[in-house]
Structure formats: structure tokens, C-alpha cells
Design a protein around this ligand. Sequence first.
Ligand SMILES: [Zn+2]
Length: 84
Amino acid sequence: MLNWTKEVRIISREGYLVIPAFTRRLLNIEKGDALAFYVDENKIILKRYNPSHGGCGFCGNVEDLINIKNKQVCQNCLQIIKKN
Ligand SMILES: [Zn+2]
């Protein structure tokens, strides 16, 4: 379900983006938490990233992982590797 918080933020000249306090409280995101960026067509999706859970060794993605010789690789990176 999509929760549209109707908050708009401007990306700073340096490329910084502040996550609105309301959104942080809603998702229990605290200072120091790591977030992973995903791109889906024209959308940017932010998900909590926990390095202790592993994640793709190339991009940090934590979904659709397979294990190759004790290294985690996501399906997207695997496709890129296969093409090259
Ligand atoms: Zn990856």
C-alpha cells in the first residue's frame, strides 16, 4: 500500500536530500540508520539497509540474493555479470 505523505523536499546543490521528520517517525528511521536506494522505472525506493544481513557485494541490494562461493549477489548484478 502506498502512503503518500505529501511532503516535498528540494535536493540541495550538494545533492543532499532530507527525509522529512514525519516520514522518519512513520517508518521508525533514526539518525545513523543506513538506507538503500532502488530505482524502479521513474521511482526511487528507499529501504532500510542492514549490513549485518549481508546484501549484494556489488550494489548492497538485500533482495533476490543468490550465494556464489560465499558471496551474495543480487539478480540485477548477476544479469550484468552474465552480459559481460
Ligand atoms: Zn547487486
